[in-house]
Every structure is written in C-alpha cells, then in structure tokens.
Ligand binder design. Structure first.
Ligand SMILES: [Zn+2]
Ligand SMILES: [Zn+2]
Length: 695
C-alpha cells in the first residue's frame, strides 16, 4: 500500500493528510439483474465513508436520465469529498472511459464486476416488478443476452487502480463487506482480484498469453456473427478499407479512376489469396461507388473478396460492423494531419499516436507511393475499430489549386494512380501476412484441423514474400512454439524489433553494448536523453512488466545490476548527470526492457507529451519499486496510459509548461532539487550516491 501512495506523490505532490482522504469512484459492471443496486444500497447503509450512488435509471428526477447527468452528479459528489458508486451497466469500455476521464488525481478508481451467470440475472429480472431500469418480464432475457454479448473485458490499463470480480453470491457478500468496512481514511490495495479461473479450463491457458484487446474481441464477435448470419468466408480475411484515391479534392476523372480501381483490385486478388478489399465512401449516392460496383459485377470479381461499402472509414466496425485490418488514408505529400476529407478524419480519430508513428516511418510521400504505419495500441482506431495499420497513399493531382498539379495529363495521371493502388495493395499484403501470422491461436480455437494447415501456409507465405523483412523472419526457427503463443498479443511489426534482437542477438550484435546469458544491453534507437540505454531480457515469454512475477525476480535483479553497472560507467566518464532505471507500465515494444536514462532529457527524439510523460509520471515504474512490489505482492503496480495525457511538468520543480519546446528550455535551466520521492530508495542515481561507490 505504501508503494502505491508514494509512486503517486511525484505526479501531484500532496500532504499526507490529503493523501489519506482520497475518494473512491467505484464503477459497478454487470447486466441488469446482476445486483448492482442491491450492492450499492448494502454498502451505503453500512459504511462509515460517505457514499453517493449515481444511477442513470433514476437520475432524471426519479426517471431515466442521461450519461451526462450521471457524470455531473459523480463529479459534484467527488468534489464534496464523497465517494461514488456508478450504477449503470458499463459493460463496454467506452461507457466506462467517460467516467474514468472525469476523475481527478484525488480519486481512486475501482471497478466491481458482477460477473454472475446470465441465467441468474435473467431470472431475477423476470421476477422483479417496478425495477427502475424497466427491464423485467420477457424482454429481460433478450436485453441481458445482448448486453453480455457486447461486454468487453476489464483491464487495469483502462485507468482502474483496482478491479474486483464477483462470480457468485458469496463473492458479492464478501465484497460488500469489504467496501462497507472501508473507512474514510482507508485504501484498498490496487490490482485485480477474484478473476475467473475455473470455468474456462480450455480458455485459461490461452488467456495467459492474450492481452485481451478490442481487436481480438472484435474478431471473436465477428466470427460469431459470421457463422450465424452466413456472411461468407470473406469476413475471416484480413481486410483493407480504402477510399477512392484522387477523386475527391484532387479531381481525378471518376470513370478513369473506377477502371483503375477495378483492374488493380482484380490483379491483386489474383495474386494474393485470403485477403479482402473494401472500397469505402461516405455517401450512398457516391458516383464512384456505383461505377465500381457496375464494373466489378461485369468482371465477375468474387464478392467475398471485393466489396463496396458506404460508411465512415474511421468507424467501419463500430458503426458498420465491417472489421478491417488496415485502412488506407488519402494522404497529403507532407503526411500531415488536417486538410479535409479522409485525411483529416483518420488523423483525428487515430489520435496523436498516428502522427507520431507516421513521423517515425516517413517524412513525405511521393505521388504513386504508399507507407504502412502500425497503429499503437493506444489509438482509438486500434482499440475501437480493430484497425492495426493505417496505410498512407498519395495519388495524382488534377486540381490546379493543389501541389504536384498534372495539368490534365491523364497519361501520367493514370500511371500514377495505378502505381498508387498497386503500392497500397502491396503494403496491405505485407500487413496482412504479419497479422495473419500473428493469430494462429484464434484459428485453432475455432477449427483445430484446418487451423494447423492454415498456419503452415501463412508461414510459407511470410517466408516467401518478406524475405528481407527482419521483423517477420528472424528467430523463427528457434523458439518456434513459444513464439506463436505469445505472438497473439498483437504487437505491430516494429514493436517486435526488440524481441527479435533478444531472441537472436548474434544477428544484431553490431549495435549491442553487452550480451549476457539472460539480458542484452543496447542503445535506445530513439534516445530520449543524452544517455539512454535499454537492458533487454532474453527470456522468451516475458513480454512486459505485466508478465513479471516472483519467478522472474532473479532476472529482474540481474537486469537492475546491469543497469547500475552502466550508470557507473557513464558517471565515470561524466559525473554530472542523474539517472533513473525503470520500466514503462505499458511498453510500446515487446520484450521486457529496463530503461536506463539520464535525467537531462536533452534529445531531439523527445518530441511530444507522451514521450515526456512516459518517463516522468507514475507510468515509469522505478526498477527498485518493481522489485519490491513483486517480492511483496507477486506483481508490480501498473499505471494506465492516460497518465501520458497529463499536462507537462518539470520533473524537478514540478512547474507546468504549455508545450515541449517551452518545457525543454525550462529543464535546460532548472536546478531545483529533485522531488523527495526520487531521492529515496536509490531511485535516482548520481555520482554522489553512496550506493554506487564510483571510485
Ligand atoms: Zn520502452
Ligand atoms: Zn523545473
């Protein structure tokens, strides 16, 4: 418990008193009939802590109200120092996210999951009368089942400090007792509790390896949908959704464009199996869609493999039920957000993450070419839509007001447009290979016999097509089995670079500082400070901090000592910097790695808020604390990714700054002493640190 409080305190330093009177926002998660209201009433009547129950069913003067009303009521209560129960179903991540967003740093966010059998919930609904939410009688079964279908697994990464699962009535009783006994100054320990372990004997082993992500759930859902509605085989193929290139703002002739789309698509689908293309347009009156439809039918292209779809390309799954692996963006040559149309929409929906990931790949784009950018798992497009890649593509321009105007030269224009589509489709083929290769487990789950052969096929494909792409081929022959299990976690191709290095260091040894039996030391490719190295575990299956358990303490300790050793080396060359050793709560690269970073943060690679906050909030977990926590509780405390969105604050004096350049010029000068928290327990290493014995 102490560990939790102290790692918070360097975000927003507070006095001890304030710390002890934290409020709790507890979100009840469960379908109608799971007993949410009963739970709240039981706790409220017994507790010494002031609780307020916010219930959407009654918030509008005793009648059903809006989510906004719930949010306001919750925030008001928290501001008065009261703790809050949110009593609505909250089965979907998006529903929960709004509540989490509105809480300040004085509030602990809990989830209480009433995961009772659907039968129980339904029969309770059927039996009751006058329930506030008006879910009773025969409708109940339908509603409960529907809600349970849309249910999304909870994850501490959503921002909860604690999630308590109840599987049955006796669990519920216990948890009621626990919350009832929670005094105004008490705090429940963080983490996940009571998670299901019995029911899914088969799923259990798989769950160990899966980070449940929206993408996987979506694909599961789709499979269910596909089998029930007979939607055809196409649903299982990786799908590229693309807008018509160059026909909007670039004013390319629609008839010519539709010919090129259909021919390029047909060509591509002949060569590449098990993929699907979807031409998307916002309007159902779209001329290009109807032209393409006509021509596709004439040519007899398989409708499982080429479809036209009317909808918003950024909401194909959530609004249209169309699951796409990749979406194409009709980009501008500078690969910049904004402008209008598809480009603006995609950058807006994907969030800053796309802008950052794009810049890491390319600065500009030539007409007729494309670049595939893996979406970080933090991106809403990834989480909500299941999109793993955005492929930027630039077509020819026939608009005199825009750059690279072709003066109506359609010979050139058509060639460039063909190049654009073929580049786009090729990029997608690589993405599809990676993605397919990543989920053999899902295939196996569904159909054991065909899964085997499919898997082999995929591997062959990858081998033949991506021979020089190190991310897919390296380390393959080694650790084949483990690799497949863990691969199901959806790391993008670039996020595997460290993993590949760890599995096959000899191949990359030129860039490595040290190779030991259980770890490797290397320079961070995008150093965020003058000295920034990674100590990379070589243990296969230890992907990230979340995986680190007691059995890993020896390796965590040897990684820590290696880090300290390198700090000593750096300090012997230059005694001025301070160093921290720590892990990101949610890493962007697969394979557990310890960051060893000097506290100057003087680096052009430190470009944005996310970069800064990943090293200067509780998102960064000091190695010493991680080791302590695992020794004590068996796992390390993780912080949610929302910390990355926090305002920019100097890591020394804690002053706030509006943007990175201002922050950087401040930290270059700031000589305030480091926060007391960092000065304890050797979290901060410097030449004056006694533990180091530099001389
Ligand atoms: Zn990292
Ligand atoms: Zn400062």
């Amino acid at each position: 418990m102490d560990g939790g409080a102290s790692s918070d305190s360097h975000i927003s330093p507070k006095g001890k008193e304030e710390e002890s009177n934290r409020t709790v926002l507890a979100i009840l998660v469960g379908p109608p009939g799971s007993g949410k209201s009963t739970f709240c009433e039981a706790v409220i009547s017994a507790s010494r802590r002031p609780w307020v129950r916010v219930c959407q069913d009654t918030i509008g003067n005793g009648k059903t109200g809006t989510k906004a009303q719930c949010l306001k009521a919750a925030v008001d209560a928290l501001n008065e120092g009261k703790s809050v129960f949110i009593d609505r179903c909250n089965l979907e991540r998006e529903q929960r996210a709004d509540f989490l967003k509105f809480c300040g740093s004085h509030t602990d966010m809990h989830a209480i999951v009433l995961d009772l059998p659907a039968k129980v919930c339904i029969s309770r609904c059927v039996n009751r009368t006058g329930h506030e939410g008006n879910v009773q009688g025969g409708r109940a079964a339908v509603i409960v089942n529907k809600m349970l279908q849309n249910k999304e697994a909870l994850n501490l990464n959503e921002g909860f400090s604690r999630i308590t699962f109840c599987q049955n009535d006796s669990d519920v009783k216990e948890v009621i007792k626990m919350y009832s006994e929670l005094g105004p100054a008490d705090k429940l320990s963080p983490g996940e509790f009571g998670k299901k372990s019995k029911k899914e004997s088969g799923q259990q082993s798989i769950m160990k390896f899966f980070k449940k992500s929206a993408r996987e759930e979506n694909s599961q859902k789709e499979k269910e949908g596909a089998s029930s509605s007979g939607n055809g085989a196409g649903n299982e193929f990786p799908t590229l959704a693309f807008p018509s290139i160059s026909t909007a703002d670039f004013q390319f002739d629609l008839d010519k464009a539709s010919d090129i789309i259909v021919e390029s698509a047909q060509d591509f689908l002949k060569r590449v199996d098990n993929v699907r293309l979807a031409l998307v347009d916002l309007s159902d009156k779209s001329r290009i869609i109807s032209l393409v439809r006509e021509k596709v039918m004439k040519k007899g292209i398989d409708s499982n493999r080429f479809i036209t779809f009317v909808g918003d390309i950024t909401m194909l799954y959530s609004k249209g039920g169309l699951r796409c692996t990749a979406i194409a963006n009709a980009a501008n040559w500078r690969l910049k957000p904004g402008g209008g149309g598809v480009n603006a929409a995609i950058f807006k929906e994907a969030g800053e993450a796309l802008d950052i990931a794009t810049k890491e790949r390319a600065e500009t784009l030539n007409p007729g070419s494309s670049v595939a950018v893996p979406l970080p798992s933090t991106s809403p497009l990834y989480q909500r839509e299941g999109v793993t890649h955005v492929i930027h593509v630039l077509g020819p321009n026939m608009n005199p007001q825009r750059p690279n105007y072709l003066q109506n030269d359609y010979t050139k224009g058509c060639k460039i447009l063909r190049d654009a589509y073929s580049s786009l489709f090729e990029s997608f083929a690589s993405v599809a290979c990676l993605e397919r290769n990543k989920k053999p487990k899902l295939v196996e789950l569904k159909d054991k016999t065909s899964g085997e052969s499919k898997k082999k096929e995929n591997q062959e494909e990858v081998k033949s097509r991506n021979q020089n792409q190190t991310t897919t081929t390296s380390g393959k022959s080694k650790n084949k089995e483990n690799r497949e299990e863990v691969k199901s976690r959806n790391w993008g191709s670039w996020a595997l670079a460290l993993y590949n290095t760890a599995m096959d260091p000899e191949k990359y040894k030129d860039g490595l500082l040290e190779i030991a039996d259980d770890f490797i030391v290397l320079n961070d490719l995008y150093p965020k400070a003058r000295k920034h190295v990674l100590v990379l575990s070589r243990l296969n299956g230890l992907d990230c901090l979340e995986d680190a358990k007691r059995e890993h303490l020896p390796i965590l300790k040897s990684m820590h000592s290696a880090g300290v050793k390198w700090v000593k080396k750096f300090l012997s060359e230059d005694p001025s910097p301070h160093f921290r050793l720590g892990y990101h709560s949610v890493p962007s690269m697969r394979q557990l790695h310890l960051h060893v970073i000097s506290q100057d943060f003087d680096s052009p690679s430190l470009k944005n808020k996310k970069h800064w906050n990943s090293f200067n909030t509780a998102f960064f977990r000091d190695s010493v604390d991680v080791i302590d926590e695992i020794e004590e509780h068996g796992s390390a405390k993780l912080s949610g990714e929302k910390l990355l969105e926090m305002e920019l604050r100097c890591h020394r004096c804690k002053s706030a700054h509006p943007n990175i350049p201002k922050l950087k010029s401040h930290i270059a000068k700031c000589r305030a002493s480091y926060p007391p928290h960092l000065l304890q327990n050797s979290r901060l290493l410097s030449a004056s640190n006694n533990d180091l014995n530099i001389n």
